[in-house]
Design a protein around this ligand. Structure first.
Ligand code: SF4
Ligand code: SF4
Length: 300
C-alpha cells in the first residue's frame, strides 16, 4: 500500500506540541479561496516551475518527448497544455526550477524518515503530524501510518478540515493523540461559497470526535471574509458545546500560497493583504470573551 505525499517536513514547531515531522498528504476535497498549500489540492502528481531558478540550460527540452519546453535567447517557456507530469524534465533540472510535486511512498519509507528524529520527539514532547491536503482523503493509508507511529511509541497529530468519510475518521481517532481541526467560516452557505463544501458534515464529525473522547485544537483561519462578530460567536458556540476542544488557534491569512499557485500554473483565487495585527488581536479577544474565557485563544 502506498500514499501520495507531497512533502515530509522535519523539525516543525507549528503543527502540534514539541518538535515534529509533518507528512503532507496530496489531495483535498475542499477549495478554500485562500488556500496556502495549493500543491495539496490535486491528488495527482504535478510539476512546479519557478522561473527565478531557471538558468536557461535547455536540459528539459531534451528530456521531454512532448515538446513542452522551449528556450529562446536564454528565456525558458513551459507549455503545460501537453504535460503529463511524467517528471522526466524535473529529473534533469539541476537548478531545481522544475520540481515534481507528489510521490507514492509506503508506510515503511515514510517511517524511515520519521524515526530519524525519535530522540528529539521524546525530548521535546513532539512526534508525527499528518497534514495536507486532507489526510482523510487517503484514510486507509493514514490509519496504517498512524498505527505504525503508535507501535513505535510516537505522539500523533492529524490536521484535518473534518470533511471526509465518517468511518475513516472514527477509525483514525483510535490512533490519534491530538486533532488540529479546522473551523473556517460559520454557516453552511458561507462555507460552501468560500470552501466548496457545506459546514454541517464537518460539525457532525466534530461531535463524533467529542463523543469518542478525542482531544482537539480548533484552528480558525482569519481573513476579511470571516473577521466579524457572527463568526466569533460561531467559534465560541462550538467551543462551549464540545468538551474535547482544549484551545483555539486563530491563523491569520498569509500570502505564501500565491507564489506556489503561480508555480503550479494555477490562478490564485484570493490575493488579499496580510491581516493587520491589531485587528487579529481584537478578534482573538472577542472569541476568548465569547468563550467565557474557558479555553486559551491564541494566534497560531
Ligand atoms: S532544465 Fe531547468 S534550468 Fe534548464 S532550462 Fe529547463 S527549467 Fe531552466
Ligand atoms: S513532466 Fe514530462 S511531459 Fe511534463 S514537461 Fe516534464 S518531461 Fe514533459
Amino acid at each position: 500500500m502506498t500514499g501520495t505525499i507531497f512533502n515530509i517536513q522535519r523539525f516543525s514547531l507549528f503543527d502540534g506540541p514539541g518538535v515534529r515531522t509533518v507528512v503532507f498528504f496530496k489531495g483535498c476535497p475542499l477549495r478554500c479561496k485562500w488556500c496556502h498549500n495549493p500543491e495539496g489540492l490535486s491528488s495527482a502528481r504535478q510539476i512546479m516551475y519557478n522561473p527565478e531558478r531557471c538558468i536557461g540550460c535547455g536540459a528539459c527540452i531534451e528530456a521531454c518527448s512532448l515538446a513542452c519546453h522551449t528556450v529562446k535567447e536564454d528565456l525558458h517557456a513551459f507549455d503545460r497544455s501537453r504535460c503529463i507530469s511524467c517528471g522526466k524534465c524535473a529529473e534533469v533540472c539541476y537548478s531545481r526550477a522544475l520540481t515534481t510535486v507528489g510521490q507514492e511512498l509506503t508506510v515503511d519509507e515514510i517511517m524511515e524518515t520519521v524515526l530519524k528524529d525519535k530522540a528529539i520527539y521524546l525530548e521535546s514532547g513532539g512526534g508525527l503530524t499528518l497534514s495536507g491536503g486532507e489526510p482523510l482523503l487517503q484514510g486507509e493509508f493514514a490509519i496504517v501510518l498512524l498505527k505504525s507511529a503508535k507501535s513505535h511509541g510516537l505522539h500523533t497529530c492529524v490536521e484535518t478540515s473534518g470533511f471526509g468519510k465518517t468511518e475513516a475518521l472514527a477509525e483514525m481517532a483510535r490512533h490519534v493523540d491530538l486533532f488540529l481541526f479546522d473551523y473556517k467560516i460559520t454557516g453552511d452557505e458561507a462555507h460552501r461559497e468560500l470552501c466548496g463544501v457545506p459546514q454541517t458534515p464537518i460539525l457532525d464529525h466534530l461531535a463524533l470526535l467529542d463523543s469518542m473522547g478525542a482531544t482537539i485544537i480548533l484552528r480558525c483561519p482569519l481573513l476579511p471574509f470571516n473577521r466579524n462578530s457572527e463568526h466569533a460567536e460561531g467559534i465560541a458556540r462550538t467551543v462551549l458545546s464540545h468538551s474535547c476542544i482544549r484551545e483555539v488557534q486563530v491563523m491569520p491569512y498569509h500570502r505564501l500560497g500565491i507564489a506556489k499557485s503561480e508555480q503550479l500554473g494555477i490562478i490564485p483565487t484570493y490575493e488579499g493583504e496580510v491581516e493587520d495585527r491589531a485587528l487579529v488581536e481584537n478578534f482573538v479577544r472577542e472569541v476568548w470573551e465569547r468563550c467565557d474565557k474557558k479555553v486559551n485563544v491564541i494566534i497560531g
